[in-house]
Design a protein around this ligand. Sequence first.
Ligand code: PHE
Length: 430
Amino acid sequence: MADTRENFGSRFAAIAALAGSAIGLGNIWRFPYMVGENGGAAFILIYIAASLLLSVPIFFAEFIIGRRSGANCFGAMSRLAPGSKWNLLGILCILTPTLILSYYAVVGGWSISYLLKSFTLAFPSFGSFSSSGWAVAAFVIYLAISCLIVAGGVKKGIETFSKVSIPLLFILIVGLAIYSVTLKGGSEGIDYMLKPDWGKVSARTFVNAIGQSFYSISLGMGIIITYASYISKKENIVFSGVGTAGFDLFFAVLAGFVIMPAVFAAGIEPGSGPGLIFDTLPYIFVSMSEASPVLATVVAAAFFLTVTIAALTSSVSLVEVPVAWLIEEKKMKRGSATLLVFAVTGIIGAMCALNLGIFDWLDKLCCNILLPIGGILCVIFVGWVMKKDDVRDEFTSGGSGSARLFDFSYFLLKYLAPVAVAVIFLSNFF
Ligand code: PHE
């Protein structure tokens, strides 16, 4: 099978796909507010430490599973640990992204709708929009676009889309940030976000930083396993991990530079989540239009285009996980596999779109329970079950990479990561 499998064509393609999965709604609607509420620059330092010491080693573990096996999540576990209970980890890594996709695509649908509405600046109230039939229709369209990209294949679909989207996302977000920080009164937003305040740092801050970085880099759900299985054996794993985390953080900070100055310039309390993007910001765009309707339209459209593309590169990675499994384990054609994933997530997602209670419940189930379990099992597998020599061989690409970095990362993923993720997991219940 290995010879018929597609691979990403270059280092840039691989990093664009990985960063595409990482950069998503979490960077836009959660990170900026979390920074502001948790001590500004102090939080960012903690976040960087949490990423380098925890999330990146977990990324390494998933990467090693994927690239070593050269298979989808389920195939990976059955190759690396044949006939063992570790198959269950494979199943979990297919179930979780399927569930996440179902509700993530609902938000994707909202973003597309708001993108279209930006052209007339006729934004509905979010409460009435999100419970309307339009929200369901937009969800189906958004999901169909995500699936069509994946149906195009690893190279022609995912790779091509990521290589265009990632540069475009950075151009858009930098442009929006420049505009936003120059708004009158905008510097207060930067202060709110960045001013270091160690007094706000508590144990909870660390839990928040670790949780956010874990989710933001798309860990614990088989995405890194699946994408790494398409990455060349020669590719440097440290570059992939640190590069993904770095792009992800850079984008998240820029998103803060877009959102917070605009919010403060308008004299509104900052916030996070759907309310920030679909209530607060539309309100700001509409009030901007009193001065210049054209500028307001351009800014609003650029903003919702950014949200839509950021969400799409993430949902594409979610679609690919079950699709890769169906192709390799169930011997389906890529087209029919994608269609099946579209049908299943279409049904679950439509329920979420119609009932936000189900949406919230699924979100909590996935983020608080399934993702941490997936992450812990991956690091335990690589740190305690796989042979250290195999892990080293994969980490150093057959000996060419740094042995010192390996020793350090191996220590982190073997001892620190399982304990830290377990603590985060348990903290959900207290
Ligand atoms: N990392 C994405 C974000 O920050 C979230 C995501 C979750 C992406 C799950 C893919 C899968 O929004």
